[in-house]
Write a protein of this length. Structure first.
Ligand code: SAM
Length: 321
């Protein structure tokens, strides 16, 4: 299925915003609350997004006002995710409270999301940013190094397929010499040898991903997540041809990975600079052309299914499926 999107730049649903279309992706400029109306329910297999962080990077809302604002937008978008198989992934961070404590609201949000949007929490993946900036000296706590990545599903039948990573040379060497108790195997033994899975080892639920040197990914104001993070959840929860939505798309990281992996993507951002950054990058990645002020992207793809013009990420070692 391709992006179904008949709205135009003058569509009242966008409240004056713009939209940019290509065969495998669409980016809307405007409030994602309004843009949600352009899609019927059950359109997307995955919603993968990072909402603005409360009180950080210039976003003014915090506390109960922030939660109300976010829930209103999630209520518009969650039904667009397939009820049977769909998955919702949120990457987010809160600052400390005014008194310097850990802000429990970020954990309470998880419960609220379950209660208000008919979702169940599948897992939390702490994202260890590896290259998080030094943050001065704190006299009562250590510096923040991780963000929450929360994975929710609409039903117990949600689509999940483990994304495997290459075995370490040590594991492979051990396997050659025979080690029946070798961990991380299929559980079958042949002639006393553990049999390694042909697609590699299972991964754990801690994301250890640096966002520096992220192969040309442009940045926007506020946090943006690395391509490898998007790659992991797209491969884990979608098949080729599925739709992926990012209602707070920033530089377009989710869409860039969706298209590279043969999925199609829809993004929204209310910031004109972020949208221009995303559209310019996506057009470049997908062999198209974007000219300032022109609303429909001229796109060189000839329509034989999704293109895959972007080289595989060197550091992930994961092949497309
Ligand atoms: C944390 S950033 C997302 C970054 C993105 N994941 C990336 O990799 O670049 C949050 C984004 O939400 C956008 N935003 C804020 N309010 C919005 C709204 N009402 N609708 C859509 N986007 C909004 C901000 O402009 C910002 O780009």
């Amino acid at each position: 299925m391709q992006p179904t999107n008949a709205a135009t730049a003058s569509d009242p649903r966008l409240r004056g915003g713009k939209s940019y279309h290509a065969p495998d992706w669409v980016v809307w400029q405007g409030d994602c609350l309004a843009a949600a109306a352009a899609y019927p329910d059950d359109q997307f297999q995955l919603l993968l997004t990072s909402p603005p962080y409360p009180g950080l990077h210039g976003f003014p809302l915090r506390g109960a006002a922030y939660h109300a604002w976010l829930h209103e937008r999630l209520a518009a978008w969650v039904p667009k995710v397939r009820a049977q198989t769909g998955v919702v992934v949120l990457v987010y961070k809160y600052g400390r409270t005014d008194d310097g404590w850990f802000d429990l609201d970020q954990l309470i949000l998880l419960k609220e999301i379950e209660q208000q949007h008919g979702l169940k929490l599948v897992d939390l993946y702490p994202w260890d940013k590896l290259n998080s900036p030094p943050a001065g000296s704190h006299d009562r706590h250590d510096r923040d190094e991780w963000e929450i990545t929360a994975v929710f599903a609409r039903s117990p039948d949600y689509f999940y397929r483990p994304v495997r990573k290459p075995y370490s040379p040590k594991t492979i060497a051990k396997n050659k010499t025979g080690n029946p108790r070798q961990a991380d195997v299929l559980g079958k033994h042949t002639n006393g040898h553990a049999r390694l899975h042909p697609q590699g080892a299972r991964q754990g639920n801690v994301l250890r991903i640096s966002s520096s040197g992220d192969q040309g990914r442009p940045r926007v104001t506020g946090g943006s997540f690395p391509r490898q993070l998007a790659e992991r959840f797209i491969l884990q929860h979608t098949r080729q041809g599925d739709g992926v939505a990012d209602p707070f798309c920033g530089a377009g990281t989710t869409l860039a990975e969706a298209v590279r992996l043969g999925r199609w993507g829809v993004g929204v951002d209310d910031d004109a600079v972020a949208v221009e950054t995303a559209v310019t990058w996506l057009a470049q990645l997908t062999g198209g052309r974007f000219v300032n002020g022109v609303e429909d992207v001229s796109y060189s793809h000839k329509g034989q299914g999704p293109v895959n013009p972007v080289p595989e990420l060197k550091n992930s070692g994961i092949s497309v499926f």
